[in-house]
Design a protein around this ligand. Sequence first.
Ligand SMILES: Nc1ncnc2c1ncn2[C@@H]1O[C@H](COP(=O)(O)OP(=O)(O)OP(=O)(O)O)[C@@H](O)[C@H]1O
Ligand SMILES: [Mg+2]
Length: 216
Amino acid sequence: MLRIESLTYHPAVTPQPILKNITLELATNQVGLIVGQSGSGKSTLLELLAGFTQWQSGDIHWFSQELTSDHLQQLSGLVFQFPERHFCGSTILEELRLGHLALEGDRITSVLSTVGLGHLNCDTPPHFLSGGQQRRLALAVQLLRQPSLLLLDEPTAGLDWSMRRQILEVLKQLKKQWTVIVVSHEPEELLSVSDRAWRLTQGELKELAAPAPIRE
Ligand SMILES: Nc1ncnc2c1ncn2[C@@H]1O[C@H](COP(=O)(O)OP(=O)(O)OP(=O)(O)O)[C@@H](O)[C@H]1O
Ligand SMILES: [Mg+2]
């Protein structure tokens, strides 16, 4: 269970806070969707939940534990918008191994199959993959870290219809094991896989009416 209470983020350089009094609760193994226009603060909120920035007031709990940004770095795995731009490995295997001193082969096989890439040869360069496959590889990279909270920034942006469908299917699988927060400015299709949804408007968060039940 993630609980955020009255969270405010106001860097010294901005006249107004970027996040104002944010409150939300998300149960384990649920997908929470945050929608909002460009500049509303979506990525800033995810970066804060990933432990990259320090907030000014309010608190964040994971079950009964109050979290610092150090805790959040351990707890969360953030997949950036357009993650394929940040690939560094020359093969799928290298990309997955980055940052891990030792990694068992069966863990790699397991995360690749979770994201639907189990059939690929691990010696394939990441840039040979389709756009949807690259997004799924970026997800696999985060899943290897075994975060409790998975944060996805615009996971379907820039993908065509069939690749967006693939990402939605993967999201349905992910929520069996992970608690997920997704942000997007094109929410329609993501609503179908979300348990709760909020709208962020100029740094203020309001819950939307309950999304439709998930269609299997
Ligand atoms: N460290 C910072 N210092 C100053 N301004 C910042 C900082 N971080 C974000 N901002 C500003 O905060 C606002 C929210 O930005 P953010 O990137 O979170 O929006 P977004 O909802 O993710 O937008 P998009 O849909 O375009 O990705 C913007 O006005 C941005 O310029
Ligand atoms: Mg953004």
